[in-house]
Design a protein around this ligand. Structure first.
Ligand code: OAD
Length: 246
């Protein structure tokens, strides 16, 4: 389904030189992955974050946490990038000043071909040890999961940011700098509730960038955004890419 973009937005898309796209779980919904905060199907409607996505939860019950992420990794491995992910990769290939910041841990942007990308919350397909953050490429199967780090013997965990943990410093700094210096900021499929990531569109807006929100639902950003497209990412982004690449 094609959509008509407002004329003023078309002008701004065509002249923009430094563009930041910021994505959340909504962009991967059309690939078949659950978001976090959807009232019925969101992961946090079915599970409590404090039982599964905190260092305390891992210390309390490492097996349950490991197995929950194994289950999610299984889903991620089965799904494919969708037209929203592909549209962002096309924009990057055509516009040198394009930078992508994602909160998603599913790796679908990289699979769609995005390269100028930071993953603020890590990547579920990468595994590290809990104590020393050694990267684990492989491990021996064990009777009582999680498996152990081959370097230090510590328990393995997914390389994602849990509640109460700091974001990767370098990735956050690059994202904040890009937001402060861009002239167009696209906020796509995120509830804009989880800080510090959620401050990025506000940093962009207060530094004079045109802020565009793509989300079927209202968020705390909706009032500040210059343009709000109440569309699915897989519909709005191909239209935006087509306009920018004309
Ligand atoms: P949320 O689940 O909080 O929000 C998803 C947003 O996507 C909602 O605002 C939906 O309205 C919107 N949405 C749903 N389908 C869409 C579609 N097809 N196209 C566009 N938008 C759509 O997910 P995030 O904002 O990504 O953190 O959540 C932020 C962080 O909270 C996550 O990175 C995760 C979570 O706890 C960590 O794991 C550290």
């Amino acid at each position: 389904m094609a959509i008509d973009l407002p004329f003023e937005l078309i002008d701004r898309l065509r002249v923009a030189k430094r563009i930041v796209a910021f994505t959340g779980a909504g962009i991967s919904a059309e690939s078949g992955l659950s978001t976090f905060r959807d009232k019925q199907t969101g992961l946090w409607a079915q599970y409590r974050p404090e039982d599964l996505a905190t260092p305390q939860a891992f210390r309390r019950n490492p097996r349950m946490v490991w197995e929950w992420y194994e289950w999610r990794r299984g889903f991620v491995a089965k799904v494919e990038p969708n037209p929203g992910h592909h549209a962002l990769a096309r924009i990057e290939a055509a516009r040198p000043g394009f930078f992508l910041v994602t909160q998603n841990v599913d790796g679908l942007h990289a699979r769609a071909g995005s390269r100028n990308l930071v993953e603020l919350h890590g990547n579920i397909r990468r595994t590290i040890c809990f104590e020393h953050r050694h990267l684990a490429e492989s491990w021996e199967p064990v009777e009582e999961p999680p498996p152990r780090c081959e370097r230090c013997g510590g328990l393995l965990r997914p390389d994602v940011v849990w509640f109460g943990e700091a974001l990767p410093e370098n990735a956050l700094r690059r994202a904040q700098e890009a937001a402060a210096h861009c002239d167009l900021f696209l906020s796509i499929g995120t509830s804009t509730l989880v800080y510090p990531a959620a401050e990025l569109p506000f940093i962009a807006g207060s530094n004079g960038a045109t802020v565009i929100e793509i989300n079927p639902d209202f968020t705390p950003l909706s009032k500040l955004a210059d343009f709000v497209l109440r569309e699915k990412a897989g519909v709005a982004l191909p239209a935006i890419a087509a306009t920018m690449l004309e």
